[in-house]
Every structure is written in C-alpha cells, then in structure tokens.
Design a protein. Structure first.
Length: 121
C-alpha cells in the first residue's frame, strides 16, 4: 500500500503549482479589471508554500523503494519550481513587475511539472 505521507508531498506540490500559476496570472492581469479574490489569495500564499516545499524537500524520507522514488520525484519537481521562480524574480525584480514573456521559463517548468509529476498519480 502507498505510504500516506506521499499524499502530503503531493498536496504540497499541487498547492505550490497553484500559487505559482496564480502569481503569473496576477502579474499579467489587466489593470482595468479586479483580480478575483481566490486568485489573489493563492498568489499571496506563495511564500508560505515555497517554505513548506523547501522543508519537505530537505527532509529525510524513509519508506519502501517505490515510495522513496515517488518522494524523490515530487521533491525534485518542488526544487525545479523554486529555481524557476527565483529566476523569474531575478528577471523581474519583484512579483508586481512583470514584462511580457518574462514568465515563459517559469510557465514551461510549471507545464512540465503538471504533466509529468502531477499527471501520474
């Protein structure tokens, strides 16, 4: 049976993806329209979710070989997302300032994680 702790890792990754998606959407939002509250709330939770992902990724997991492999895949995805976000931030200077196309690299990593790490349950 799959270790239930893996669900914690998966949920943390899903929430991180959600917040990063929201952050990119808010950054490119048309100023004429108000950003929906759920989207804004998800973007505001990004720092906390990055912290959670970092703590999980640096922790030690012991379990079956299959469960360890799954956790390694999930934590690797978390690290790739964090690295891509840091690159995005360094190019933009802040979350609020975003030039057109500046989130392309982050979006590419998000798409890859969604299809590979979250696509297979």
């Amino acid at each position: 049976m799959k270790d239930k702790r893996i669900l914690v890792f998966r949920k943390a990754l899903e929430e991180l993806v959600d917040s990063l998606d929201a952050t990119l959407r808010v950054a490119s939002w048309d100023a004429a329209e108000q950003v929906p509250e759920p989207l804004k709330d998800s973007a505001l939770r990004l720092v906390a979710r990055l912290g959670t992902a970092d703590r999980l990724a640096t922790g030690i997991f012991s379990g079956t070989v299959a469960d360890k492999a799954r956790v390694i895949a999930l934590t690797d995805a978390m690290r790739r997302l964090e690295s891509a976000y840091l690159g995005y931030r360094s190019k933009n200077g802040s979350v609020a300032r975003s030039s057109e196309g500046s989130g392309a690299e982050l979006q590419a990593v998000l798409d890859e994680v969604k299809s590979h790490s979250l696509g297979a349950a």
